[in-house]
Structures are given as structure tokens and as C-alpha cells.
Design a protein around this ligand. Structure first.
Ligand SMILES: Cc1ncc(COP(=O)(O)O)c(C=O)c1O
Length: 358
């Protein structure tokens, strides 16, 4: 019963098979191989747009490099205050932006609204003493498991245009959001004004493969040099590209995300039927955030369940956590078995009825 994250499992079979196939023989190094060329062309097909693609090994590298191409050392990058880029990357974006700052704004469910961003931008003094805002970074799926709707992305992008900001999307769970919205990759990105994307694949089946997908050519100009300076021009690059080839083949990435999202829905529906359990944020992709009694949290952990405790910082205004309650985060992956979900629900049910009888 391990629901700690979607990176606790290994890679999925089609990805490993593609990797094994690519392992044989010799090929040019540093991304000059045929597989990397094919995968770059595949990204252009998938996104229905000319794109520059840079393959990297971690989401942190993708985010830090993407933002470094959008923000000069004297600039600001606006994000949610719980965003992975500001909270979980040990300052890598600021490091690669060479002095630029990340500014975290509030928002329910780790989502930013156009109003919040606009009023922050309009309140900034325009003086040489003030670092000018240069980019907005949003996470799709958010750190609280919510998904920006297409209209929400479009209105954020309109604010970016008004103020001359680049719009970056941290898509660590990109396809989980696509499945949730039922739209195309193009519709969720450049058609709504996204300029540069960190395309995540590791959490949904790859071994270690992420991509920076650039829709605006000027942002790609120096990205190969930036990637090299970050140690992200991978000598056996074909083995990163091969993972993505296995990932995209036969829509395997969609199948994986559909499964993970379905498992999350099952778990979410089961949990909300339990007395004393409610959701902190709606289940919109592959993460579930229930508010549970601390007694239940202890019982689940005693039974061997693994998951994280979450912060209440981005709860809706009318939601309050009692002293005897806690928010937990359960993440479902392409490899989650339905039996694991049922087992967690059985353990929870049994613990609650035991506690009620005491
Ligand atoms: C929202 C978000 N962005 C990016 C990442 C990628 O981070 P990593 O550098 O661990 O691949 C994660 C992983 O937890 C994430 O949740």
C-alpha cells in the first residue's frame, strides 16, 4: 500500500522494451542519433506545431533550464507559492537564472488566478530598483492535484501578454491533465498561449526522461548551451529518446495516465464515503488529498500504508482543518493495482468501525 508518489515505481514494460532495442549496436552520441531525431519530429506531430525539443533526465533540470531561457538575471518569475519550482528544487531555477528571483503567490489548490497575477503585476513599482517580471510558471497538474481548465490557462496567458511575460508550464504530470480535460496537447499548451513546457514522462512510465518543449523560437536560441552547462547534454542520448519512443508508441502514455487517473477516482470515491473523511481539493488527476481524522491516519500507517502529510496552506477559505485532523496525499500511478486501492479502503473502513465501537 505505497501511495507516496508516482515515482516510487520503476519504468513500464513498453518503455523498457524500447530501451533494450535501442541498447544494441552503435549510434552517434550527444543526441545526434536517429532515435533522438525521430523523437523530436514526433513531438512536433504530437503538438501540431514546430517545436524545439531538449531531452533531459529530471523535471528539476527541465524547469530550471526552461525558466533560465525566459528570465534574465535581473528578472522575476511569478509562480504559486507551493510550486515545485520554488519549494522543491533547492533553488535550481534561481541558480540557472543567475540571480533572478521566484515570487510565490497564493491560490486555492495551488492554482493561480488571472486576478491574483494581474493585481500582483500591477502593484509592482516600475523603477530601475525593481526587478521586472519576465515569466509566469504554472504547474499542470498543480501541487494539490488540481487541473487548470483551458479557459484558465488562456486568461493567465492574456495577463502574460499584457505584461510581456513568458508563460511556462511545469507538466510533470502533463498527460494526467490531458486525460482529465479530454483535450489535445496543442489545446493545453500553445493554443492557450503557453510558450515553453517542461514535459514530464518519468512519473508516468519512463525510467528517466523529460523534455523541454519550446513553442517560441527565441526561447530555444541558447538552450543547447544552457543544457550542456547543466550537464544535461547526455552522451548516450539515444537511451533517453528510446524511452520516449516506447512511451508514445500505441498511445501507451495515455493508457498509463488513464489508469492512474481511474485509480485515483476509485480511491477518492471510496474514501469520501467513509465517515469523517472529506476532500481538501477535488480529485482531478492522479492524486487524492483527503482530510482524515488523525486516528485514521495512525491506523493506516500502522497497517503499512505509505503516503505524505500535506500542508493546509492552499485550502479554500471556508475549509478549516480541526485539531484532530490532517490532510494526506495519496498518489496513484500507471502501476497501481486496483487491489491495493481496495486494501487501503478496507483497512480504513475496519479502523473506523473499530474506533467507533471503542
Ligand atoms: C510539479 C512537479 N514538477 C516537477 C517535478 C520533477 O522533479 P524531479 O526533479 O524530481 O524529476 C515534480 C516531481 O515531484 C513535480 O511534482
Amino acid at each position: 500500500m505505497n501511495f507516496a508518489s508516482d515515482n516510487i515505481v520503476g519504468a513500464s514494460a513498453p518503455v523498457m522494451e524500447a530501451l533494450m532495442r535501442a541498447n544494441a549496436g552503435t549510434m552517434l552520441a550527444y543526441g545526434n542519433d536517429e532515435i533522438t531525431k525521430r523523437i523530436k519530429a514526433r513531438f512536433a506531430e504530437i503538438f501540431e506545431h514546430e517545436v524545439s525539443v531538449f531531452l533531459v533526465t529530471t523535471g528539476t533540470a527541465a524547469n530550471a533550464l526552461a525558466l533560465s531561457s525566459a528570465v534574465p538575471p535581473w528578472g522575476l518569475c511569478v509562480c504559486h507559492r507551493e510550486a515545485h519550482v520554488i519549494d522543491d528544487e533547492c533553488g535550481a531555477p534561481e541558480f540557472f537564472m543567475h540571480g533572478a528571483k521566484l515570487i510565490g503567490l497564493p491560490g486555492v489548490g495551488a492554482k493561480l488566478t488571472a486576478e491574483t497575477v494581474r493585481s500582483y503585476l500591477e502593484g509592482l513599482p516600475k523603477a530601475v530598483k525593481q526587478m521586472p517580471p519576465k515569466a509566469l510558471s504554472i504547474s499542470q497538474v498543480t501541487e494539490c492535484g488540481m487541473v487548470y481548465g483551458l479557459d484558465e490557462i488562456a486568461t493567465l496567458s492574456a495577463v502574460c501578454r499584457e505584461h510581456g511575460l513568458t508563460l511556462h508550464m511545469d507538466g510533470a504530470r502533463f498527460v494526467n491533465a490531458l486525460v482529465s480535460l479530454g483535450c489535445t496537447p496543442a489545446e493545453m499548451t500553445w493554443k492557450q498561449g503557453v510558450d515553453i513546457l517542461s514535459f514530464g514522462a518519468t512519473k508516468n512510465g519512463c525510467l528517466m526522461a523529460e523534455a523541454i518543449v519550446v513553442f517560441r523560437p527565441d526561447l530555444a536560441e541558447a538552450l543547447d548551451y544552457r543544457a550542456k552547462r547543466a550537464g544535461q547534454v547526455i552522451s548516450k542520448g539515444r537511451l533517453i529518446a528510446a524511452q520516449l519512443e516506447g512511451y508514445f508508441a500505441d498511445d501507451h502514455w495515455y493508457a498509463n495516465a488513464r489508469h492512474a487517473n481511474r485509480m485515483a477516482t476509485l480511491l477518492s470515491e471510496g474514501l469520501t464515503q467513509l465517515p469523517g473523511v472529506r476532500l481538501a481539493w477535488p480529485t482531478e488527476a492522479n492524486e487524492v488529498f483527503p482530510i482524515v481524522p488523525k486516528t485514521l491516519d495512525r491506523a493506516l500507517k500502522a497497517a503499512g500504508a505509505s503516503y505524505l502529510t500535506w500542508t493546509e496552506a492552499s485550502l479554500p477559505e471556508n475549509e478549516k482543518i480541526g485539531a484532530d485532523e490532517v490532510i494526506i496525499r495519496l498518489v496513484l500511478s500507471f502501476a497501481t493495482q486496483e487491489e491495493e486501492v481496495s486494501k487501503l479502503l478496507d483497512v480504513a473502513r475496519a479502523a473506523l468501525s473499530r474506533q467507533a465501537a471503542e
